[in-house]
Every structure is written in structure tokens, then in C-alpha cells.
Design a protein around this ligand. Structure first.
Ligand code: NAP
Length: 262
């Protein structure tokens, strides 16, 4: 499939000012004086806005035109990353922001790296979504990793190196931490509603659990097995389809507690 190209420069992302501090104090050997972001979705919009605070940054959509950008960050659905990469003339550094896609999705580019912000983004919020975040950087040599660190410095996130081969395991970890957390919330809300309580009352509990550094509390920590058996009976009677999930989580928690208490 052919991807058409349209130049939108000069169209600086909001926040860029002529007195922006550049170059940043960054010890890596790679610097970027301009950037192009492909895709203005959840990640692309926030990323362009944050980059635009530091360097001239422009965005491009389906008719991809990267101009003379020194780095091109591809923020499109994973399945179209290869065709977008192929539509860009080799020359600039090219990166994608996918946690699941390998580096070879960026072929034919050799100056390439991946940069996965370990964060969940929505369209309603802006560049502040990067605040406090980490990002996984993969690259095939030291220069590519340095390019990833430079992007991290511009975005003000904490980079860490990720082996391209470890990507499926890494992405599974992120899945547990974000999407499955939502699933657990939704399951808890259903049981709360079934018991006649307000589901929103669960939110402060979930927040405090995180603020407490995921410190284990609850019946398994106290060894209250009778309580666990009552949970099993109640879920089995009212929401039996949730029983395998409850049992799997209880078994996993018990195993982790045994490991931690050794
Ligand atoms: N969302 C997150 O929380 C998150 C977090 C970390 C990493 N990521 C990764 O970031 C990347 C982007 O995800 P997203 O959630 O930002 O996606 P998104 O909100 O769906 O936005 C995708 C953007 O790509 C554009 N696009 C689609 N097909 C294109 C094509 N063929 N050529 C050029 N542009 C195209 C879309 O334009 P249209 O509006 O015209 O469709 C849209 O602006 C993915 O690799 C994802 O895995 C996402």
C-alpha cells in the first residue's frame, strides 16, 4: 500500500517558544534539532506537544511528510508501522512507540530505535501525561540507544534499555499493570454492585493500595482461610464465571506471599 506524503511544516506543536532551552544538558552523542511526529492520536498528540516545548516539531497524518526532521517518531497503530516506515526516505533517525513491535518493523531504516512510553495516554489530556513516566528504549547499537536517551531527555521521562527479544514478556508485564488492573477494577465493581454497595467506593481503596507501594494486606496475609472459603462460596453462588479468576489470583497471591516470607 502506498502512503502519500504531505508537508505540514512550519506548524509547530503548541508550547514551542524561540527561547526554549536547546540543546538540553545531555551527555549522549546524539542531538535532535527538529522532530516530526507521525500520527496525532493518543500518544502522537501528547508527544508532539511535549517535544514542541524544546525543539521545532511538526506532525503529519495519513499523507506522511517528514520534511527535514532529524528524528521521526511514528505513533500509529502497530499494524501500520511497517508501511509508514517504508514511506519515509532513509536519512533521519526513525522510531516507533509500540511496546509490542520489534525494531525490524522500521525497515528499511538503519538509524532506528524504539521508544515505548510505559504509560497510558488519552486524547483529553496533554503533554503532562509524560510526567513521572519511564520509557523502554531498544536499539541495535550504542548510537541508537543514545538517540533513544536523547528523545527521553526531550520528553523528560526516565529511559531504560529493553532487549528487543524480551519485548513479549515486557509487554505482558505492562498488560498486567494497566489493562488487567482495569479488568480487576471492573470485576470488583460488579461484585460490589451485586452486594448492593457503591462501586465508586472501591476507587479510594485502589488508589491507596498503589500509594502504599503495593503492600500486601487482606485475609491471605492474616492466614484467614475461612474467609477465603466464604468468598469462594459466595462467588460460586452468585457469579460462578468469576470463580476461576478468583482462584487463580488467590493461588498466585498465596505463592507470592510464601516466596516473600522466606
Ligand atoms: N495509547 C496508549 O496508551 C499507548 C501507550 C504506549 C504506547 N502506545 C503505542 O503508540 C502507538 C500509537 O498508539 P495510539 O494509542 O496513540 O493510537 P491512536 O490513538 O489510534 O492514534 C493513531 C494515529 O495514527 C494515525 N494513523 C492511522 N493509520 C495511519 C497511516 N496509515 N499513516 C499515518 N497515520 C496513520 C491515526 O490517524 P486517523 O485519525 O486518521 O486514523 C491516528 O492519528 C501504537 O504503536 C501504540 O502501541 C500507545
Amino acid at each position: 500500500m502506498t502512503v502519500h506524503v504531505r508537508l505540514r511544516r512550519p506548524h509547530f506543536a503548541s508550547g514551542y517558544t524561540s527561547n526554549a532551552r536547546y540543546p538540553l544538558r545531555n551527555w549522549s552523542s546524539v542531538t535532535f534539532k527538529s522532530a516530526c511526529v507521525v500520527g496525532a492520536g493518543r500518544v502522537g498528540k501528547a508527544l508532539a506537544a511535549r517535544l514542541g516545548e524544546r525543539v521545532p516539531t511538526w506532525t503529519t497524518g495519513r499523507e506522511v511528510e517528514v520534511g527535514d526532521a532529524e528524528v521521526v517518531v511514528i505513533c500509529v497503530p502497530d499494524r501500520v508501522i511497517p508501511e509508514v516506515a517504508q514511506a519515509i526516505e532513509p536519512g533521519p533517525w526513525v522510531a516507533h512507540t509500540s511496546g509490542a513491535c520489534r525494531l525490524d518493523a522500521l525497515a528499511p531504516h538503519e538509524r532506528r530505535f524504539s521508544f515505548h512510553p510505559l504509560q497510558t495516554f488519552i486524547l483529553d489530556l496533554g503533554p503532562e501525561q509524560f510526567d513521572g513516566s519511564w520509557a523502554a528504549v531498544s536499539g541495535e547499537d550504542e548510537e541508537a540507544l543514545a538517540a533513544g536517551r536523547t528523545l527521553a531527555a526531550l520528553l523528560r521521562v526516565t529511559p531504560f534499555e529493553l532487549d528487543d527479544d524480551e519485548r513479549p514478556l515486557y509487554h505482558a508485564a505492562a498488560h498486567f499493570a494497566s489493562a488487567f488492573l482495569v479488568t480487576l477494577h471492573d470485576v470488583a465493581a460488579e461484585l460490589m454492585e451485586a452486594a448492593g454497595g457503591p462501586p465508586e467506593a472501591l476507587e479510594p481503596l485502589m488508589r491507596r493500595t498503589m500509594e502504599n507501594g503495593f503492600s500486601h494486606t487482606g485475609p491471605l496475609v492474616r492466614g484467614d482461610w475461612t474467609t477465603i472459603e466464604r468468598h469462594v462460596e459466595a462467588i460460586g453462588a452468585r457469579r460462578p464465571e468469576l470463580l476461576p479468576l478468583y482462584r487463580a489470583l488467590a493461588d498466585t497471591e498465596a505463592a507470592l506471599l510464601r516466596v516473600h516470607s522466606r
